[in-house]
Design a protein around this ligand. Structure first.
Ligand SMILES: Nc1ncnc2c1ncn2[C@@H]1O[C@H](COP(=O)(O)OP(=O)(O)OP(=O)(O)O)[C@@H](O)[C@H]1O
Length: 315
């Protein structure tokens, strides 16, 4: 039995369908990532699966339950890490975790939970004194308190420093090893590529692609060559094999199924002119490339695409 089954899910606000006939299933023990630009409908979908919002149409089963009826047994078997959980600010970390555990018949130990999320040193700190990243770690601990069979993680590592993100990834990996099903939303494509068995890309309420990261990047032209042109060089002077380049920030990018020949043509062109090609790079097509193509084909995604391109230029 699949842990999560969604068929024909629809949800509208007024005349706008924010989730539009969405179907997918998540196997038990699978880590499934829902990706998409701001406002795509990810949180709405996840909150319907959690029983926090009602669908207008469609069939939804989580561990065999209809979340809309929100039975106690269902709530006891799932864990939720919300994007923005409100905390009782005057409680300490340990107190909040202890309170949360009481809601569940199957509980993890308070010390183990704090250890798992790296908050042991903050056990007696009041919540109002925690940093943004530490609050997200506390969110994680609360979501795990009942040793859930299905864990919903809505942007779990937003605001984490790089080491804390790696730590959270290890935690999700160990949950997968224990057989926990994880539904994750994230804006970090590397996070999805690293953690998810399968990903789904949602744009304007519709699922545009579902598959393993390997399936989604198994494109024929799966090698990306990127470079900048030296000052004074014209793009139309490049050899024919390199003419399919597209602008990417301040540089140029070529997706090719003939990387050796294309690279040879490009470097011969540069050597003949005695110029260097700044920022020359050859790499495999990434999930981010595929995601940006999918989102870019949809006007609503322009802003997101811009942000990613700019972020890549800076790095
Ligand atoms: N209660 C509501 N009333 C009206 N519109 C809503 C409501 N909740 C969400 N929406 C709209 O539904 C759309 C989808 O929102 P949702 O929060 O599901 O997107 P998301 O993919 O999770 O975005 P983000 O990445 O920014 O978290 C948005 O346009 C949002 O404004």
């Amino acid at each position: 039995m699949a842990a999560i089954e969604v068929s024909g899910l629809r949800k509208s606000y007024g005349a706008t369908a924010v989730v539009d006939t969405v179907s997918f299933s998540v196997d038990q023990g699978e880590v499934f990532a829902l990706l998409g630009p701001n406002g795509a409908g990810k949180t709405t979908t996840v909150e319907i699966l959690e029983g926090h919002r009602k669908a207008d149409a469609g069939t939804i089963r989580v561990l065999g339950f209809d979340p809309a009826s929100n039975p106690r047994e269902f709530r006891e078997r799932i864990g939720i890490v919300l994007q923005d959980a409100g905390f009782e600010e005057d409680f300490t970390v340990a107190e909040l975790i202890r309170l949360q555990r009481r809601l569940y018949p199957r509980r993890l130990k308070v010390d183990d939970l704090m250890e798992q999320v790296g908050l042991t040193e903050k056990r007696n700190a009041r919540v109002k004194t925690l940093s943004g990243g530490q609050r997200r770690r506390l969110d994680l601990a609360l979501g795990l308190a009942g040793d859930p069979e299905v864990l919903f993680l809505d942007e779990p590592t937003t605001g984490f420093d790089p080491a804390a993100r790696r730590h959270a990834w290890t935690l999700v990996e160990s949950l997968r090893e224990q057989g926990t099903t994880v539904l994750l939303t994230t804006h970090y494509l590397d996070e999805a590529e690293h953690l998810a068995d399968r990903v789904a890309v949602m744009v304007s309420g519709r699922l545009l692609a579902v598959g393993t990261p390997a399936e989604l990047t198994a494109h024929q032209r799966n090698v990306v060559i990127s470079f900048r042109l030296p000052p004074g060089a014209a793009i139309n002077s490049l050899p024919p094999l390199v003419r399919g380049v597209t602008a990417d920030g301040a540089g140029w990018t070529l997706s090719t199924d003939e990387p050796t020949a294309a690279l040879h043509a490009l470097s011969t062109w540069a050597l003949e002119r005695r110029v260097e090609l700044p920022a020359l790079e050859v790499r495999r097509l990434s999930l981010e490339d595929v995601y940006l193509d999918l989102v870019g084909a949809n006007n609503d995604g322009d802003e997101e695409r811009e942000m990613h391109v700019r972020a890549r230029d800076r790095s």
